[in-house]
Structure formats: C-alpha cells, structure tokens
Design a protein around this ligand. Structure first.
Ligand SMILES: Nc1ncnc2c1ncn2[C@@H]1O[C@H](COP(=O)(O)OP(=O)(O)OP(=O)(O)O)[C@@H](O)[C@H]1O
Length: 239
C-alpha cells in the first residue's frame, strides 16, 4: 500500500537524517517502527505525512508517487492521516470542536455522520462530547487525537508514539482503540513506539531503525523472539 524506497531527507541542506530508508506497509497491516532515540523514526513519519520532502528516493501510495505532495493534499486527497506525538489536540476546544477540526475538508452531513460513527466506536467521545478536551485524561486525549485524524476516513494512519507518557494500563486501552479501528475499518497503521513489547504484540510486522536506515525487519512474532531485538529493545526479556 505504502512503499518508501531509498528515501533521503533532513531538516537542513547539510544533514541527512533519513539515509536511504526503505520499507513498506500492506493494506490493513499494523506496522511498528522501533529504534533508539534520534534514529529518525519521527522524521520518517513526518516525511511520509508531507512535512518534509525527500531529497531523493520515493514514497508511493497504492502505486502513485506522493513524494512531493504537501500535507494538506495528502490528508484531503490521498487518505493519509497523521497523529503527532505532542500537541495533537486542541485543549481549549470541546471534543466536538476537535472532531470538527479533523473534518474541516468534509461537507457538513458527512462530517456529522462521521462524528457519530467515531462516537459509537469510542464511547468516551460521546460521553464528553461538549466538554473541553482539557478535561480528558492522557489516554482519552490520545483517543481523541486518533479520532480527529480518523475523521476524513484515512486509509493510512501515521501514529507517533501514541502511548507516550501513559501508564501500562492506559496504554493498553489506547492500543486497543488502534486495533479496533484497524479491524473495523481496515485502516493501515504505521506506528512509532517505544513500548516495544506491547507494540509488537499488536503488530503484524515491524522495522528496527538505526541511524536513518532499516537495521532489521520481519514479522512481529519473529522479531519478538530475535535475541538481538530482545537484548536491545525488549530489556533482554523473552516475550
Ligand atoms: N525540527 C528539527 N530540526 C532539526 N533537526 C531535527 C528536527 N527534528 C528532529 N531533528 C533531528 O533529527 C534526528 C532524528 O530525530 P527524530 O525525532 O526523527 O528521532 P526519533 O527516532 O523519532 O527519536 P525519539 O525516539 O527520541 O523520538 C535527531 O538528531 C534530531 O535532533
């Protein structure tokens, strides 16, 4: 579905952060990106989302080259959604208003219908519909951020550390929310995560990145059993 082929990208002309990144996610898969701090995981998501333009290489979505398209075009016309790691909701706005922001390219009827669907999928949104997002817990905010990005019915969702700062119990709820929409709507997920064990458990496949390129990749089960991955990312524990 999405193919990243030998992508080189960075923030300044002098420094490449992605140094020939190659990976793919098939329709309906959950694919996790693991790797040490600073290896380029978020930069990869930002490049796919359109915030950064590859210097070379290509990004294709369902066979079409989307490498040079800007963010708004990718959201509106390509069905690519992005949930950033921080500042992913508007705290002063209500849940309803946050969802309206996510649906601002949609017509009124579509937008209302989609809000109703997401409130059914995630009842917390319904319960707090007219409350300010500031009144939500950390996990609830992540679910709102997810729902906001889901408003235009993306086919591909890019998730940057959805469990950041959450307790183990709450992160399970957020991961469950991700699995639910993956199963119910077939949304392909490309997700950066630090909670490697939990992330691998819910994923089909994973890539381990190192210094701007792919170091290892495989089925999530297989990576969970890989001694090198266990040592580096799973605290040496058997899963
Ligand atoms: N806006 C920016 N401007 C310049 N350099 C940046 C910017 N954002 C990130 N970088 C640099 O790019 C490199 C990769 O950062 P990135 O955020 O992609 O890593 P990451 O793998 O997601 O790390 P983490 O796990 O810590 O979030 C780092 O050296 C970082 O300092």
């Amino acid at each position: 579905m999405i193919v990243v082929d030998k992508v080189v990208a960075g923030y300044s002309a002098e420094v490449d952060i992605l140094k020939g990144m190659t990976l793919r996610a098939e329709q309906g898969e959950i694919v996790t990106l693991l790797g040490p701090n600073g290896c380029g995981k978020s930069t990869l998501l930002k490049t796919i989302a359109g915030f950064l333009r590859p210097r070379s290489g290509s990004i294709t979505l369902k066979g079409a080259d989307v490498s040079a398209l800007p963010v708004h075009h990718k959201i509106r016309h390509c069905g690519i959604g992005f949930v950033p790691q921080t500042e992913n909701i508007f705290s002063a706005l209500t849940i309803r208003e946050n969802l309206l922001v996510g649906g601002h390219y949609m017509n009124k009827a579509d937008c209302a219908a989609r809000m109703a669907e997401l409130c059914t999928l995630y009842p917390i949104l319904h319960r707090k519909f007219n409350d300010p997002a500031a009144s939500m817990s950390g996990g609830e905010r992540q679910i709102l951020a997810l729902a906001r990005a889901l408003m235009p019915r993306p086919g591909l969702l890019l998730l940057d550390e959805p469990s950041a700062g959450l307790s183990p119990k709450v992160l399970k709820e957020v991961f469950q929310a991700i699995v639910t929409v993956n199963k119910e709507e077939g949304v392909t997920m490309l997700m950066v995560e630090q909670n490697a064990i939990e992330a691998l458990r819910m994923s089909d496949r994973a890539y381990v990145l190192s210094m701007g390129a792919v170091a290892l990749h495989g089925d999530a089960d297989q990576l969970m059993d890989d001694p090198q991955v266990r040592e580096l990312y799973l605290g040496g524990r058997a899963a």
